[in-house]
Design a protein around this ligand. Structure first.
Ligand SMILES: Cc1cc2nc3c(=O)[nH]c(=O)nc-3n(C[C@H](O)[C@H](O)[C@H](O)COP(=O)(O)OP(=O)(O)OC[C@H]3O[C@@H](n4cnc5c(N)ncnc54)[C@H](O)[C@@H]3O)c2cc1C
Length: 308
């Protein structure tokens, strides 16, 4: 019997694995290697690792987990989680069943990009969602924000903080209120309300937005608000309570509303950031170990059959 199955081996899941490995907990991490930031070349804003490639960050994490004999990393997709008398059984796509006292969901979010022709190859390279992740690199440059509802106003203001050469592109899908128009104008932000035809680019670098009337807007970057959804249905299926942000409600130790089920990272955070995912993963590691010691389940110097 494992102490924990961690589903998702990216920033949150591996951070939890490190704390649990250091607590002599038998852990299996199942990961199918599709972190949400895999489209970008450089991850910014994580202290000591600013500008590091996401894949390198995770490789360093895996390397540093290697000495922990009770932690096993498995490249696999978790397909089902079933509650049992002693905890949970997680079945992976290879058919292997993992029995554990607890389960940590660190499966992240899926980003659905807006339906703009030409956007896919640009995502994470010159089309971004997060000013804190990618805004500094386009400071002072020509930037467009694609906003199809009023939630875009906040993104617009954050980007105006970084560049005066800013255009709000609505595609005609959203009509800002008179107050919003006044604010947009007072900040020197241009407004383009013509439907968008496509994004024009060279080698993943956006060059311009072409509108349905044939006109173009040259830009160095486009910021969007992708629609997010949970990568897996596990949290819903297990009955975990969600919060107003439609992410899993957790306490400061990663505990969900379901005993034995923990969550960390984008799946349970209103802020998407590697630093916050790492912090949440560590906190969930503390929570899992704390709850196990309270139950009198002590750490194991020898790995279980699933350990190395
Ligand atoms: C394009 C882009 C750029 C970003 N840039 C930055 C940046 O510069 N700085 C920054 O701080 N943040 C950045 N972020 C945000 C950051 O990437 C996330 O906050 C962080 O990756 C969240 O970590 P996580 O572990 O919760 O989820 P993820 O990193 O998304 O990892 C989830 C993991 O779970 C695995 N998984 C999912 N379902 C299953 C399953 N059923 N079985 C097995 N494995 C599964 C996935 O394969 C994946 O490896 C960016 C995000 C995006 C989308």
């Amino acid at each position: 019997m494992l102490d924990t199955v961690i589903i998702g081996g990216s920033s949150a899941g591996l951070s939890a694995a490190l704390i649990l490995g250091r607590s002599l907990r038998n852990v299996v991490v199942l990961d199918d290697q599709k972190p949400c930031n895999r489209f970008t070349h450089a991850s910014h804003g994580f202290l000591t690792q600013d500008g590091t490639a996401p894949a390198q960050l995770l490789q360093t994490a895996r390397d540093q987990l290697a000495p922990y004999a009770t932690v096993t990393l498995k490249s696999a997709t978790a397909v089902t989680i079933t509650a049992t008398a002693h905890g949970f059984t997680v079945l992976d796509a290879s058919g292997q069943a993992h029995d554990a006292r607890t389960v940590l969901l660190a499966t992240g979010l899926h980003d659905a990009l807006p339906a703009l022709e030409g956007i896919e190859p640009l995502w994470g390279k010159s089309v971004f969602h997060c000013p804190y992740c990618d805004g500094y690199e386009v400071c002072g440059k020509a930037v467009a924000v694609y906003g199809t509802d009023e939630a875009a106003m906040h993104l617009l203001l954050l980007m105006r903080n970084l560049t005066p050469a800013l255009t709000l592109v609505t595609g005609g899908l959203w009509q800002p209120t008179p107050e919003q128009r006044e604010k947009i104008a007072s900040l020197g932000i241009r407004l383009a309300e013509t439907p968008v035809s496509r994004l024009e680019s060279t080698d993943s670098q956006i060059q311009a937005i072409r509108f349905a009337d044939g006109s173009t807007l040259a830009c160095d970057a486009l910021f969007i608000r992708p629609k997010t959804s949970h990568r897996t249905p596990f949290a819903h299926d297990l009955g975990c309570q969600m919060n107003v942000h439609q992410v899993v409600q957790v306490d400061l130790r990663g505990r969900t509303s379901v005993a034995g089920v923990y969550a960390a990272g984008d799946l349970s955070s209103p802020i998407r950031s590697v630093a916050i995912a790492v912090a949440q993963g560590a906190a969930a590691g503390y929570g899992i170990n704390a709850d196990l010691v309270e139950q009198g389940i002590i750490g194991d110097m020898a790995p279980s059959a699933e350990g190395r």
